[in-house]
Design a protein around this ligand. Sequence first.
Ligand SMILES: [Zn+2]
Length: 363
Amino acid sequence: MKKLLLAIAIAGVFTQANAQVHKTKNLIVVTLDGMRWQEVYRGADSALLNSNFTDDKADVKKKYWADAAEDRRKLLFPFFWSVVSTQGQLYGNRDLGNKDELANQYRFSYPGYNEIFTGFPDVRMNTNDPITNPNMNVLEYINKQKGFEGKVIAFSSWERFPQILNVNRSGLPVYSGYSDLKNTDANARLKYLNELQHHVPHYLGDSTRLDFITFEYSKEYIKQYKPRVLFMAFDETDDMAHEGNYKLYLERARQEDGFIKELWNMLQNDPFYKNNTTLLITTDHGRGETPLAGWKGHGADVPGAEQTWFAVIGPDTPPTGEVKTATTTYHKQLAQTMAQLLGFDFKKNAGHEAGDAIGTVIK
Ligand SMILES: [Zn+2]
C-alpha cells in the first residue's frame, strides 16, 4: 500500500513538473480580419495593383512593389518578415505546400472567431447576427484558472465580440465597437481614449471602431493593468477589401504590422512580459482569388475563403520561421494550442468537441 501511495505521489510530481515546463506565462492574440494569406506570403498582388481596385497606382507601387515575393512581403509586413520569421513561426504558405485553413464551412467572421476561440466549428454559429454563443471559449476557460482570474481581456474594433465570447455567461471584459473602458481607476490616457473615440469620424459606422483606437486601448491597458491574456481584434483590412479599395487594404495591413511590432517591443521591454509571453497572430477567414474581383468577398460560396494563416512567436515556440512542411493545420486547433502554451487543457474541460493543439508550435 505504501509503495502504491509512493508511486501515486511520484506520478503526481511528474504530472506537475510536466505541466510547468512551458515558459509562457502570458498570451497576446491579435487578429487581422479577412487578411489573405496571399498578401502575407507574396506581398502586394500585381494583378490587383494594376487593376481599377487600386487608386494612386504609382504611389502604391513605390511603397509595396518589388519583383520577388520575398521582397514584396517585407515591404507589407516588415515585422512578420524580420522578427517573426527569424524568432517565431509562420503557417499557411500554400506556395510551399503548407496549408492552414478553417474547419467551418461558412468562411465569415462570427463562425471564424467562434472556431478560433471555442475550437469547435459548430454549425449553429452560422450568422453574424448578435446571437449568444452557447459554447465555452478558451479565454473564458483561462479566466477561471488560478492566477488568471480577472486577468483576461479583449478589445475589438467590431461590435460582435460580446456575443461571440458570451460576456453574460463568461463575465469577460470585452470592449468592442465604440464602447468605453469602464475601469474607474483607469489612467488619464485611457480616460482620454474614452472621450477621443467619440470625436473621430466613424468612417466604418457606429458598429466598428477604427483600429488605431483599439490598438491604443490595448497598449495603454497593458501598461496599467498587466493582463495575462489579451485579445486585440482589428477589422479594417476586411472593410477596405469589401470596399474594393486595394490601396487602403494594403495600407491598413502595413499599419497593423507596425502596431504589432510596437506591441511586441513594448512587451519585450517590460519585465512582467519579457521572454515569458507568446504572441499569436491570425485571421478569421480568407478571401477569394479568382476571378480577380473575388478578392473583395468571402463566404461559403467563395473558393479559397477557407484558406488562412497564423503566426506565433514566444519562449516555447521553436524559431523555425516559415513552415515549409506539407501539413495542414486548422483554426479549430488554435484554442487548445493557446491553452497548452499556458499549461492548461481546454479540450478536456470545454464541455464540447475541440481540435487538438498544434504540436509544432510548442517545444
Ligand atoms: Zn467581411
